[in-house]
Write a new protein. Structure first.
Length: 285
């Protein structure tokens, strides 16, 4: 893999896009790349399928309000956010092409999401799109933190470049988890609309992941082995993604005066920065 950093010298924001190239050699991965787990592999493939159109929507939602931002530090953070999400989008597009070849229907999911986000942008005010983005970033930041905190989740990501990509993405999601939220507040977004954004995300994101994972499994012959399917569902259900602590975290967004930094990830980011990147910000091999 090759990497270069685009950190802006003197920036008040630590956010930066790291240009990273992962390799997915043909035939080098098991189809069930998530440690052989059937349902987890399909769910991770669906999550990857959500990212290109999802992150494009996040970028458009934040960019639409750039003219209203007066704080230079926030403007710098927005630039870093957009640069990071654009890189995630690009890398997941490449991964999704590979996943499609491996039998995961990511291309159809991509078309479906393009239509869905296009519809949202037609019918919802721009501020509501930003509220939905801030809420979605609560999910991505939380999922990222769970992955970075859990050896079990890291083992579940397998041992290929898919794991490397997801760890890098998780790190940057933790880094920029408050940017869309802070922009929403800075432009006068109300608590009521902020929570409504989460209702919208919960009403669409969770059903989408469940339905799309089920559809993806329907095209996999291995899923027609009921013993393997049930074991795989149970393993995922027992994972840190669905334990009591995670449920509490998902719901914390509805607290009055919630802020993403209420969950401090400073130490976690410092630890993973050393594991993933060298002193110049380039990814360790
Ligand atoms: Fe991202
Ligand atoms: Fe993000």
């Amino acid at each position: 893999m090759t990497v270069s950093s685009t950190e802006q010298p003197g920036s008040p924001s630590p956010l930066k896009a790291r240009r990273i190239r992962f390799s997915y050699p043909d035939g080098a991965q098991r189809q069930h790349f998530a440690d052989g787990q059937l349902v987890a592999s399909h769910m991770f493939a669906v999550l990857s399928g959500l990212f290109p159109e999802g992150e494009d929507f996040f970028i458009r939602s934040v960019r639409a309000h750039r003219g209203e931002i007066t704080d230079p530090a926030m403007m710098q953070a927005v630039k870093g956010f957009i640069a990071q999400e654009a890189t995630h989008r690009q890398q997941h597009k490449i991964l999704n092409e590979r996943l499609q070849e491996m039998g995961y229907p990511t291309a159809r999911l991509d078309r479906h999401l393009k239509h869905l986000f296009g519809l949202w942008e037609k019918v919802l005010p721009e501020k509501m799109c930003l509220a939905a983005t801030a809420a979605a970033e609560h999910y991505t930041g939380m999922l990222a933190e769970i992955v970075l905190n859990s050896d079990e989740m890291q083992d579940m990501l397998g041992d290929s470049d898919i794991r490397s990509l997801l760890l890098w993405h998780a790190f940057e999601e933790c880094e920029h988890k408050a940017v869309a939220f802070d922009v929403f507040r800075a432009i006068g977004g109300t608590e009521r609309m902020r929570k409504a954004g989460m209702v919208l995300i919960q009403a669409t994101f969770l059903p989408e992941v469940i339905i799309q994972t089920a559809r993806s499994l329907a095209f996999d012959r291995a899923a027609y082995n009921p013993v393997r399917l049930v074991r795989s569902v149970r393993a995922l259900r027992r994972s840190p993604l669905f334990d009591r602590a995670a449920m509490y975290r998902y719901g914390s967004y509805y607290r009055n005066d919630f802020h993403p930094d209420d969950w401090d990830t400073t130490d976690l980011l410092a630890e993973w920065s050393k594991k993933l990147f060298d002193a110049d910000g380039a990814q360790r091999a």
